[in-house]
Design a protein around this ligand. Structure first.
Ligand SMILES: C[S@@+](CC[C@H](N)C(=O)[O-])C[C@H]1O[C@@H](n2cnc3c(N)ncnc32)[C@H](O)[C@@H]1O
Length: 262
């Protein structure tokens, strides 16, 4: 019943990575855990096309699901594998991290073998600019990360280097390749947030829904991830501190599925 509520909240646990020098944009283990519990059974196969620090693989290991994650950066693949070594609660499922461009995912799987695809892709080129720490108030804002650029890489294939429209088109190409690998009615969950770019609001969650529907997915739900419990020192808007940029306190969890065969 709790999962019928379309606003979700997660808390960090000790195993979560919160050091931005290790990986700049990690979601809590609770997020893929909830999706895996909702949409798969033990022993089934989960895919994360942008695996980063391997959070989805850790959740899959906890829940005894097989899982494969892809990342462009070897350092992140190594990090993912090291996190898996730390825990094995039960079961004999396997989790794997592969260093490759997610365009190449169709080379690795047979059709209709994946039960869930869940990920948090780069949020367009959001990290490709000096960090302003707008969700942190007062003196703490100018911490060690202030004004640093924390992009994943400058590889032109990295979605984090792309502006909104080439970004969503590329996301569409990647997901078009993944669709035949999913079982009918398999869910495909994308955690994403909108951006500010040159003082304009860029609703990439809308562009993402449009492109996903164009390449054959069906939108099932839009869930709000309420991040107020995780954002440091959130307070009132306006004086005496700078306002908190709207949108830093929530993200979208877009839930699609592969439509059932006719
Ligand atoms: C938001 S992070 C994922 C974080 C992950 N959810 C976690 O908890 O660690 C997105 C990842 O996508 C990777 N990436 C970007 N473009 C890619 C591509 N074309 N193929 C594979 N990985 C890519 C980046 O290196 C980055 O680690």
């Amino acid at each position: 019943m709790k999962s019928q509520v379309a606003i979700w909240e997660f808390f960090y646990e000790k195993r979560d990575i919160r050091d931005k020098k290790i990986h700049p944009a990690v979601f809590p283990i609770g997020l893929p855990t909830k999706c895996i519990q909702l949409f798969t059974h033990k022993g089934e196969l989960v895919l994360d096309p942008f695996v980063g620090s391997g959070t989805t693989l850790v959740a899959a290991q906890d829940l005894d699901r097989n899982a494969v994650g892809f990342d462009l950066k070897q350092d992140y693949v190594d990090l993912s594998l090291s996190r898996l070594g730390q825990t094995r609660l039960e079961g004999d499922s396997q989790q794997l991290a592969i260093c490759d461009d997610s365009h190449n995912i169709p080379k690795y799987f047979e059709e209709e073998t994946i039960s869930l695809c869940v990920t948090s892709p780069p949020y367009s080129n959001m990290l490709n600019r000096p960090r302003k720490n707008k969700s942190i108030r007062g003196d703490l804002r100018k911490n060690e990360h202030y004004d640093t650029v924390q992009q994943y890489s400058d590889d032109p294939r990295d979605l984090g280097t792309m502006k909104a429209h080439p970004y969503t088109e590329t996301l569409g190409e990647i997901y078009k390749g993944i669709l035949p690998l999913l079982r009918p009615k398999a869910h495909c969950v994308i955690n994403i947030t909108d951006l500010w770019w040159e003082n304009k609001r860029i609703p990439i969650h809308i562009y993402t829904v449009e492109v996903m529907e164009r390449v054959g997915y069906e939108l099932r739900n839009i869930i709000i991830w309420d991040r107020r419990n995780l954002v440091n020192k959130a307070g009132i808007f306006g004086w005496p501190n700078n306002y908190i940029t709207l949108g830093t306190t929530f993200e979208y969890i877009l839930d699609f599925w592969k439509p059932p065969s006719p």
